[in-house]
Design a protein around this ligand. Structure first.
Ligand code: BGC
Length: 764
């Protein structure tokens, strides 16, 4: 009986409403949104939150399980590779007196799903009635372990409240032959191969069922299937548990089955309580490192929890061969492909709260450097041009055509022209190194990325008769304008990339001369080439008007039709659908932060006053046609001192995944936008920026926020910062590491372990 009491406890969600999301009943219109929002993941496995109720003969509807890096190309030559879902290992079918237990979908009163963000678990509970004299209470939990990422766990408890009847309980796998070729299917193990990419997948499983604390042996066993039958009586407590261990192999030679069985064996050894305890401890540690607390705005607190829940779910520091797709492992929009979203919108969170995860994400770019080199050479340039959309190998995977929201087939040029990605990757490498001081990474991997991307830009930007180097024929972050020349974002980031490449060359030469000699000779880099890089950087066209301080988004942009977007306020579809693609392209309407993105990433490129000038110009012209856009605007608004405008952008970003009235999230959560929420809170409201000798805090909280507190890591130190608006005070504690400098309101303060720092922040 102790065992069932413990399960009872585990099936109870965290009581504090600030840690949970709930969904009551059943609404077919919003069901797939809920599946994305309530997805659980550990960066290796991701399971959509398909609800544990039925729309047919099965009690548990298929819940897609994604495995990071399990990509395949479905046959035809030009098809785009995508994530292949694994078999659904959560299937359960319950027969009551021979008939399937069906929960009427329209019954909204008896089913509740709870995403317990604190514990990283999806729970459900409901009452099921078959007839007036039969009443069953069902509670479930599912998780994918954050401490042993191969392992998933499902617990189901049901209590017969009324009725005596014959029950059959079947636990099976579903969709075993969808997209994967099965090689071996046994009672406890399935092994599959992808059709074309040569990857292997193994799923080992074990399940058991106990009635009132006693094991019931299965009545029948099949391939990945067990079933139990018994006579149910009122008061009976039935506990079902199923564990799964999933292993991916990237080469044909390896059979992942052995490893899956081993991992399952370890999970069984500690039992489900052990699996749950280790998982919860891992989550507690992630929350400890990454928690952001807001007092005075409960809605904002929940938004931050939700963002952090998915961010902490999305990464896997142990796998350098994968990165995070634009919908993480919560849905299949964009086929699991990786964009600049990862480096620009996600990396900051990982760099400052989970450096190991950040490093693994950057190592993915290191491992795909050859593909980036091949892309650059294939297009006639030198160095490394990263794929705009990337899967496992780093080869370009952007589809060449898509169906637009107005159902027209349109050509997609991003795979060829959206090249700023190379500078974005270099930017992330540099940020990581600056914030962590991980010299080994820079020396062994990061330097090569920065040098090869710098080399790309030096060959890409061509000198012309006007004495400037130009980058023609690109797409900037604002994808409404294609095939443009001298996109300010691209060119200034490219120049920055070349300059950092020169810095890296100088640094290696000085600090690790042997390494520099080896690397420069392998890359064929000589003095003459470095000199050329400098010339390109010094003469890069940027579109900056020195008189006004305004950057022109690209050559010819200011001459385009200026459309007043306030006339289209309240529209429910993107602006290019309302006014048409052609008119949008010929106008100054911007899809997403572009010059504003530059302002966010490289504020030092904007002379005093020019930041506000550029923001004032571009903000009203932005239609926020990408989920990435509002958070970046909010961040810049906060830095410029307009916390209330920033708060509006914060709420707009939150609505993308948390409200059902805005953007559909049926294809997965917008993980980049969620990263943007963290950036807006920490870089925007708290005004955090990095210096060589420490951290700067220049906070501007929205009026209603009484306080904002968060933890960050900087060069092997853990610190906690609390900005108390009521008391006009900043408190900082160094939890580990050597003393450092914290700059508050332009004043440097020494932060030491033995002494909390308190600084008055009120304006005198
Ligand atoms: C945006 C890109 C983004 C991609 C994936 C597009 O709509 O314009 O900037 O990388 O979505 O999130």
């Amino acid at each position: 009986m102790t065992r069932s009491v413990a399960m009872e406890h585990i099936l109870e969600p965290t009581a504090d409403p600030a840690w949970v999301l709930e969904s009551e009943g059943y609404d077919p219109l919003r069901e797939s949104n809920v599946e994305s929002r309530f997805a659980i993941s550990n960066g290796f496995l991701g399971i959509r939150g398909g609800r544990s109720t039925t729309r047919g003969a099965r009690w548990v509807v298929p819940a897609r399980t994604y495995v990071a890096g399990l990509f395949d190309t479905p046959g035809a030559d030009r098809a785009v590779p995508g994530l292949v879902p694994a078999a659904d290992w959560l299937q359960v079918r319950i027969l009551l007196s021979g008939a399937p237990m069906v929960h009427h979908p329209g019954d909204v009163s008896s089913h509740r799903m709870t995403l317990d963000m604190r514990r990283g678990a999806l729970l459900s509970q409901g009452h099921h009635f078959k007839s007036p004299d039969l009443r069953v209470r069902v509670r479930t939990l599912r998780l994918v372990s954050l401490s042993e990422r191969a392992v998933g766990l499902q617990l189901i408890q049901f209590e017969i409240e009324e009725g005596t009847l014959e029950v059959t309980f079947e636990a099976a796998f579903e969709g075993m032959n969808l997209g994967l070729v099965s090689e071996q299917i046994e009672q406890d193990l399935g092994v599959w191969r992808t059709q074309h990419s040569g990857k292997g997948l193994a799923m080992a499983t074990a399940s058991s069922l106990r009635i009132d604390g006693h094991d019931l042996p299965p009545a029948a066993l099949g391939q990945l299937k067990s079933s139990w039958s018994w006579t149910a009586r009122p008061g009976q407590l039935v506990c079902f548990e199923r564990a799964v261990a999933i292993v991916r192999s990237d080469t044909e030679a390896l059979n992942p089955g052995t490893e899956a069985r081993e991992k399952l064996g370890l999970a069984r050894h500690v039992g489900w309580r052990g699996v749950v305890a280790a998982h919860e401890a891992a989550w507690a540690s992630r929350w400890q490192s990454s928690e952001v607390e807001v007092e005075g705005d409960a809605a904002a607190q929940l938004v931050l929890r939700f963002a952090l829940y998915h961010l902490n779910s999305a990464a896997n520091p142990a796998d350098e061969r994968v990165s995070i797709g634009a919908r993480a492992l919560t849905g299949d929009v964009y086929h699991g492909h990786v964009f600049w979203d990862t480096e620009i919108f996600l990396l900051p969170f990982y760099v400052l709260t989970w450096p190991d995860a950040a490093r693994a994400l950057l190592m993915y770019r290191f491992h795909t450097l050859d593909a980036a080199r091949a892309k650059a050479v294939g297009m006639g340039w030198r160095g490394a041009l990263y794929a705009w959309e990337s899967a496992d190998t780093g080869v370009e995977t952007t589809p060449e055509q898509v169906i637009a929201p107005d159902h027209r087939v349109i050509d997609v040029l991003c795979g060829k022209q959206e090249q700023h990605i190379s500078a974005d990757v270099a930017y992330a490498v540099w940020q990581y190194w600056q914030a962590t001081g991980d010299d080994e990474f820079l020396r062994d991997a990061g330097a090569e990325i920065i040098l090869e991307t710098g080399r790309f830009w030096s060959s890409r930007a061509q000198p012309e008769a006007d004495g400037y180097c130009h980058i023609r024929g690109v797409i900037g972050p604002d994808e409404y304008h294609q095939n443009i020349d001298d996109n300010a974002f691209t060119n200034v980031m490219a120049r920055w990339n070349i300059r950092r490449a020169l810095d890296v060359a100088a640094l290696l030469r000085e600090r690790w001369p042997v390494c520099w000699t080896r690397l420069s000779s392998r890359l064929g880099l000589d003095e003459a080439e470095l000199k050329r890089w400098l010339d390109v950087a010094e003469t890069m066209a940027t579109g900056l008007d020195p008189e006004t301080g305004l950057f022109e988004q690209f050559a010819g942009y200011f001459a385009l039709e200026d459309i007043d977007l306030t006339n289209y306020a309240g529209r429910s579809v993107p602006i290019d659908i309302v006014i048409g693609r052609e008119r949008t392209q010929k106008s100054q309407v911007v899809k997403q932060a572009d010059v504003v993105a530059l302002l966010c990433l490289l504020p030092e490129e904007f002379a005093h006053g020019a930041a506000a000038e550029n923001f004032r110009y571009y903000e009203p012209r932005c239609s926020h046609g990408s989920s990435l856009s509002p958070a970046m605007h909010g961040l810049v608004a906060a830095r410029l001192g307009d916390a209330e405008m920033a708060l509006r952008f914060f709420r707009q970003t939150a609505a993308i995944d948390l409200s059902d009235t805005h953007v559909a999230i049926d294809g997965g959560v917008h993980i980049g936008a969620l990263g943007g929420i963290w950036m807006l809170a920490v870089f925007g409201f708290a005004g955090l920026s990095l210096r060589n000798d420490g951290i700067v805090i220049d906070a501007k909280l929205p009026a209603g926020w009484r306080s904002l507190a968060f933890g960050v890591q900087w060069r092997r130190r853990h610190l906690r910062i609390r900005i108390d608006q009521d008391k006009q005070r900043l408190e900082a504690t160094l939890e580990s590491g050597e003393p450092m400098i914290l700059v508050v309101r332009d004043e440097p303060h020494e932060l030491r372990r033995d002494q909390a720092l308190r600084v008055f922040t009120g304006r005198p």
